[in-house]
Write a protein that binds this ligand. Structure first.
Ligand code: ATR
Length: 271
């Protein structure tokens, strides 16, 4: 059977084997999917060995997404825009690098949460790799504005410069968010991991707004708690994004689109 894996460091906590196991069972694909812990500095070597053992594809997680971009011999357009790769397709001679994170996020927001992005005011918090990967897919839905706020302001301005030819992307300082309201606020910072909250002012959420934390495995992050205190009633952690990005990778490898709703349910009930 064809061999796939998720590669990262750390990787022990990864839900990807569970998710892809469900996908392959459901679609009847003959494949196996494992976890690989790559030592820091040995990512390319580990990929080469995996390939020599017949590996067909990899999901790439922290901290190797930039290195995965570098070792890819060609990229999809969305991976180019993100400058980061979370999915490798190991072809006979070549390595295709793709990034399915952004597609996973917009699919979760539009299809699962039934939130329409078109014409909406969207605030993206953070300007690291996670934020960069979701900008183009969000712009495809033509929000009226995509504001980007980041602790280190220069990084938000860089993203404005890079993406403003594709849509209304505007860097904004946290301090200038006072008096501004958004229909969708996405936390793409790593602040939740440390139990921290980006400095959002009260009143940043419009009525009926959606608060989305890209972190998964915790539906009670400081960001989601803050949103609840602000009266927000629509929120989500990143579990749907996690399953949807996996489904995109699965489709790329196998040409079959798995069902995601049952897998999201399963992960939510295990959390
Ligand atoms: P990732 O790949 O997860 O995006 P990253 O590239 O290290 O990781 O980016 C982390 C993001 O979280 C950055 O936008 C970072 O802000 P800075 O660019 O100013 O470092 C943001 N971040 C992390 N901790 C934060 C905190 N406590 N408050 C606000 N922003 C935070």
């Amino acid at each position: 059977s064809d061999y796939y894996a998720v590669i990262g460091n750390p990787v022990a906590h990864s839900k990807s084997p569970l998710i892809h196991g469900e996908f392959s069972r459901q679609t009847g694909q003959d494949m196996r999917y494992e976890k690989i812990l790559a030592p820091i500095g040995e990512f390319p070597t580990v990929v080469t060995e995996f390939r020599q053992h017949g590996g067909k594809g990899l999901n790439v997680t922290v901290p190797f997404k930039l290195e995965a971009f570098r070792i890819s011999t060609h990229h999809t357009e969305r991976a180019d825009a993100a400058r980061a790769v979370n999915t490798l397709v190991l072809e006979d001679e070549a390595i295709l690098g793709d990034n399915t994170d952004g597609a996973g996020l917009v699919r979760d927001i539009t299809a699962n949460l039934k939130f329409s992005l078109t014409g909406k005011r969207v605030l993206l918090i953070g300007a690291g790799g996670a934020a960069r990967g979701v900008i183009m897919p969000l712009l495809e839905y033509e929000p009226s504005i995509l504001a980007v706020a980041n602790r280190t302001q220069e990084k938000a301005y860089e993203l404005q410069q890079r993406f403003s030819s594709s849509g209304n992307v505007v860097a904004i300082d946290y301090a200038d968010l006072h008096g501004e309201q958004f229909d969708l606020v996405i936390n793409a910072t790593s602040a939740s991991l440390n139990g921290e909250l980006p400095p959002l002012p009260a009143g940043v959420f419009a009525a009926e707004s959606l608060a989305y934390d890209m972190m998964y495995g915790n539906r009670d992050t400081p960001f989601l708690q803050f949103a609840a205190l602000q009266g927000v009633t629509h929120f989500s952690d990143g579990v749907g994004m996690l399953v949807e990005q996996a489904a995109e990778s699965f489709f790329l490898w196998r040409g079959v689109r798995p069902r995601t709703d049952t897998v999201i349910e399963m992960l939510r009930s295990h959390a």
